[in-house]
Ligand binder design. Structure first.
Ligand code: HEC
Length: 129
């Protein structure tokens, strides 16, 4: 194929998917709004436990291990079984908490919208360094 045709096709593909590379990046400001759904039970900026455990430094943390929180047997078992919070695991859990962690006492229907979860992850990452 003529290289100019190849360049043209390349330019066309880029034009079709503008900013596609950045599409995975969440918006932490929008995520702060999504976090309002969690904020009755969780904080992210400090170590304080409320109805739910603090979500400070969540990423890389084994499920059910935040100090001084009385987890359900289900959440502790999930952690002992190797569940560690990363983006993929959190996304699955938020889609349907009780399906991902059997016996969890987190009384929350979940978040269906993937964009909302992506933004929420960007928000939580700010407190996960
Ligand atoms: C009605 C209160 C409530 C709401 C709302 C809620 N959670 Fe929870 N969450 C809990 C409780 C209680 C637990 C502990 C679950 C257990 O021990 O089974 C928990 C556990 C978790 C865990 C596991 C943490 C760990 O240390 O292993 C994550 C992650 C989590 N919640 C994220 C969220 C996010 C994100 C939201 C908002 C989209 C949210 N939760 C909304 C009550 C809630």
């Amino acid at each position: 194929m003529d290289y100019r045709v190849v360049l043209l096709i390349g330019a066309f593909v880029i034009a079709l998917f503008p900013g596609n590379a950045g599409a995975q990046e969440g918006d932490a400001t929008a995520g702060a709004t999504v976090f309002k759904k969690c904020a009755t039970c969780h904080v992210a900026d400090t170590d304080t436990n409320k109805v739910g455990p603090s979500l400070n430094k969540l990423f890389g943390r084994k499920a059910g291990t935040h100090p001084n929180f009385a987890y359900s047997a289900g959440m502790k078992a999930a952690g002992e079984g190797g569940l560690v919070w990363d983006e993929t695991v959190l996304r699955d859990y938020l889609h349907n908490p009780k399906a991902k962690v059997k016996g969890t006492k987190m009384a929350f229907v979940g978040v269906k919208d993937d964009k909302e979860i992506t933004d929420l992850i960007a928000y939580l990452k700010q407190y996960s360094q």
